[in-house]
Design a protein around this ligand. Structure first.
Ligand SMILES: [Zn+2]
Length: 327
């Protein structure tokens, strides 16, 4: 069997800070009536395996595909990755998330076996008057400043404060203190890791347990990069404007992300390299190996390396994210 463009089912996650806004973004109905903070869109983690939603491979997990079809799926990257290296999510942060930090790969002592550091980045989808993103420390902030601010609840005074607008890109390299909330919906791309250290949680109590969530202050402070980092709001670089406006938002050692906006057919994908497409506005169809694949808002598609470059045909104005893993 040969592999083809794959759509994955979202995996919804209860979070005390979440809301119900992902129902407007994704076609799969939200479960129950509680707060849903995260939809995991592509996840090759043992505890949460994304499943294919289309075609003959429907129901197979990404982990199974990485075993059976790694060469076709990953192309030139196949020798380097035994599990899919990126974790993709939508977040709906009605309340503030905990103030947190993820360690970098330079801190193996802080990273459990089998995990990696975690660099992540956000593309803002929806934001309102209350929405806030905190990304990075104000210049000169020390570990002692942070420790004191946890006691009197003034940590936000030490953090770079961003009032997010739809379309903003925010880069959070490992080691950056960060949080977001106040009714903001973002797309998140990150290294496939689940190592998070919480510094501060705003006095939140989890309605499910009646308890505050645990903090990991010492590990968090040990993970913080106190030097000037390149995190925060990014300025997109415009790559092309003909046929499609292609802007690059993120370019780091773990992922690249472009935003594509247009109404005329344009190219996506690359020879012998996998790409991921996330449709954040409009709809259209993808032409690959003589077949047509309808793509709707909120859907996430993995273009296997074997598919190479393909043409995307918008039905009308479309806004799409394309993600690559650097060679
Ligand atoms: Zn984070």
């Amino acid at each position: 069997m040969s592999i083809y463009p794959l759509r994955f089912e979202p995996i919804y996650q209860y979070r005390l800070w979440g809301g119900r806004r992902l129902s407007g973004l994704l076609s799969a109905p939200l479960p129950g009536d509680g707060p849903i903070g995260e939809a995991w869109l592509l996840s090759d983690r043992d505890d949460h395996q994304s499943r294919v939603a289309n075609g003959p491979l429907r129901g197979q997990t990404i982990g199974e595909l990485m075993e059976e079809f790694r060469g076709q799926l990953m192309g030139k990257l196949a020798p380097r990755f035994h599990r899919f290296p990126l974790l993709l999510k939508f977040l709906d942060a009605r309340e503030m998330l905990s103030v947190q930090v993820h360690p970098s790969d330079a801190h193996p002592d802080l990273i459990p076996a089998g995990e990696t550091g975690k660099t992540e980045a956000w593309v803002v989808i929806e934001a309102g008057n209350r929405s806030r993103i905190y990304a990075g420390l104000k210049p000169g902030t020390t570990a002692s400043d942070l420790r004191h601010s946890l006691v009197d609840g003034t940590i936000a005074n030490h953090l770079v404060n961003i009032v997010p607008k739809p379309g903003n890109g925010v880069f959070i390299p490992a080691g950056t203190v960060h949080t977001l909330g106040g009714g903001v919906v973002v797309f998140e791309v990150q290294q496939n890791s689940d190592v998070t250290f919480r510094l501060y949680d705003w006095g939140h109590v989890d309605a499910k347990t009646g308890e505050p969530r645990p903090l990991q202050i010492d590990q968090a402070l040990a993970s913080v990069d106190f030097a000037d980092s390149n995190g925060g709001l990014v300025t997109p670089s415009v790559m092309t404007t003909t046929l499609v406006e292609r802007e690059r938002l993120f370019d780091c050692e773990h992922f690249l992300l472009w935003r594509l906006r247009g109404e005329s057919p344009f190219n996506v994908g690359a020879a012998e390299m996998p790409r991921v497409l996330v449709c954040i506005g409009g709809s259209g169809w993808l032409e690959s190996a003589g077949s047509a694949y309808g793509i709707e808002k909120g859907e996430v598609w993995l273009l296997p390396a074997a598919a190479g470059a393909c043409v995307f045909h918008p039905n009308s104005a479309v806004s799409m994210l394309e993600i690559a893993i650097p060679e």
